[in-house]
Design a protein around this ligand. Sequence first.
Ligand code: NAG
Ligand code: NAG
Ligand code: NAG
Ligand code: NAG
Ligand code: CU
Length: 239
Amino acid sequence: MIFTTLVSVLAIPALVSAQIYGPPPSSGTTTSAAPASAPSAPPDTQGQMNINVAFNGNFVFNPANITAPVGTLVTFWFPGGDIPHSVTQSSFQEPCTYLTANSSAGTGAGFDSGLTNAVQFTINVTDDQRIIWFHCKQILHCGMGMVGSINAPTNGSNTFQAFQAAALQIGSNEVTQTSGGPVTGGVHGIATATPAATGTSGSSSSSSSSSDSSSSSAITNAASMATILLAVAVGFFLV
Ligand SMILES: *[C@@H]1O[C@H](CO)[C@@H](O)[C@H](O)[C@H]1NC(C)=O
Ligand SMILES: *[C@@H]1O[C@H](CO)[C@@H](O)[C@H](O)[C@H]1NC(C)=O
Ligand SMILES: *[C@@H]1O[C@H](CO)[C@@H](O)[C@H](O)[C@H]1NC(C)=O
Ligand SMILES: *[C@@H]1O[C@H](CO)[C@@H](O)[C@H](O)[C@H]1NC(C)=O
Ligand SMILES: [Cu+2]
């Protein structure tokens, strides 16, 4: 009887997260960054560069700044686990804000993987004389320095280091961005496909798992993490 009650209580986090995230979570209760279930980024090859998202469970891209000639495919490798991340294009002026179209500059909107995990997302560099800035839109991650750049100079005022410093300056004042799901296209580099589940090649039709997870907002994810932690705490109290 007590055992049954305990099991039901411990099942709550699984049910809650299943409702919010869509696909069922992997077994076991996870209260912190789960070990990556996706393979980490492979070594670069000719014309193909790879970046780890949330490398080793830390809120960073690795490498965070690369130099990539036109035509290079840059693939972002997202880990599994309970915390979705994103690769969202932004600008040097506003590191933690999605880059919207600018008609006076003649530029379109930025690329955005949407909040997701256990996927790959690929950008094709279309102009290596301009800088591609990006960040993770998960709540507070950008303000903690989860930003990156492609083709930023290594000296002067527009370095990756200056960009990351600007994001850290925003810190916890970061404005929460909702995830409307993935956006293809981009400026100076384009995503030709939405994120694809790890192990499969890019596809223009998004898989159900990536679109489900990326349609939840950052707030929903934070709230669900809080619920899970609370339910686990109640479970331990009963023991
Ligand atoms: C749009 O582009 C123009 C010209 O490059 C620039 O001066 C302006 O600041 C941009 N607007 C925004 C909102 O970024
Ligand atoms: C990347 O974009 C270039 C044009 O900038 C194009 O020639 C090339 O085919 C694209 N590569 C892929 C794999 O789509
Ligand atoms: C700045 O970097 C450029 C290449 O990005 C290099 O050509 C130039 O020599 C550097 N200048 C200094 C002062 O290091
Ligand atoms: C990345 O940024 C660091 C710090 O600004 C700099 O030392 C390094 O040279 C950069 N690497 C590339 C490939 O731009
Ligand atoms: Cu993140």
